[in-house]
Design a protein around this ligand. Structure first.
Ligand code: CA
Length: 236
């Protein structure tokens, strides 16, 4: 799986130049020239790193950064104008891992990207080492950490709602056991829930769109007329 970078820069020429260099390095690149659109892409997508200009139409880079920090754990490198010292300070305070001043040498940017990715992967490592601990359920590269209320796939954080989390936990605890819609509904919504069992199908669809579709795996199987099951990974 290639490394995905979101490049947020409204100066079209610079954006195109950086994009070509990143593609040449083998990164997968998504480009945006608008702060509001970039925030949406960043929250919805699963990027490994974000390059973020500060002066942007729609929503400025610092605001994008602040809002993004509440949603996602993704390293952000700011692209700042020369002498914008306050922007740099504010950016680091808001959670950026690094910044680079324009105009920059592309080699320097590439070096900083490599460092940021390496540091981020190292920071995520301890979570992986706890995979045998109590309260941690795994399926292949998927890891559900109940105490931390955190789900990751190959170290990529997956944002789930409480009910999606409960649904996934129930399925992971019962690998190879087909669970009926009624059982799942009870576990996820409580016994006194008055809704329809097809709400289960909705949550299953959400889980698949956040896990199966994004990471190209077939985790949750539908057993027609019965319910759903996660089959244990052979060899794990
Ligand atoms: Ca700009």
């Amino acid at each position: 799986m290639s490394v995905k970078i979101l490049l947020v820069e409204d100066e079209e020429k610079l954006a195109r130049f950086v994009e070509l260099e990143l593609l040449h390095e083998g990164y997968e690149v998504t480009k945006s020239g608008n702060g509001r659109e970039a925030l949406e892409l960043a929250v919805q997508g699963s990027f490994d790193l974000i390059l973020l200009d500060i002066m942007l139409p729609g929503l400025n880079g610092l605001e994008v950064l602040r809002r993004l920090q509440k949603e996602k754990d993704v390293p952000v490198i700011l692209l700042t104008a020369r002498d914008a010292v306050m922007d740099k300070v504010a950016g680091l305070d808001a959670g950026a891992v690094d910044y680079i001043t324009k105009p920059f040498a592309i080699e320097e940017l590439l070096a900083r990207i490599r460092v940021a990715l390496k540091l981020h992967a190292a920071a995520a490592q301890p979570a992986q080492d706890t995979s045998r601990q109590e309260g941690v359920l795994t399926w292949g590269e998927l890891c559900l950490d109940e105490p931390k209320h955190r789900v990751t796939f190959a170290n990529h954080e997956i944002a789930l709602t409480n009910r999606e989390f409960l649904m996934l936990k129930t399925l992971l605890e019962n690998q190879d056991i087909v669970l009926s819609r009624d059982t799942l509904l009870d576990r996820v919504c409580g016994y006194d829930f008055a809704g329809e069992t097809n709400i289960v199908d909705v949550y299953i669809r959400y889980l698949r769109s956040k896990i199966d579709d994004v990471f190209g795996v077939k985790m949750i199987h539908t057993i027609r007329g019965v319910g759903y099951v996660i089959k244990s990974e052979t060899g794990s």
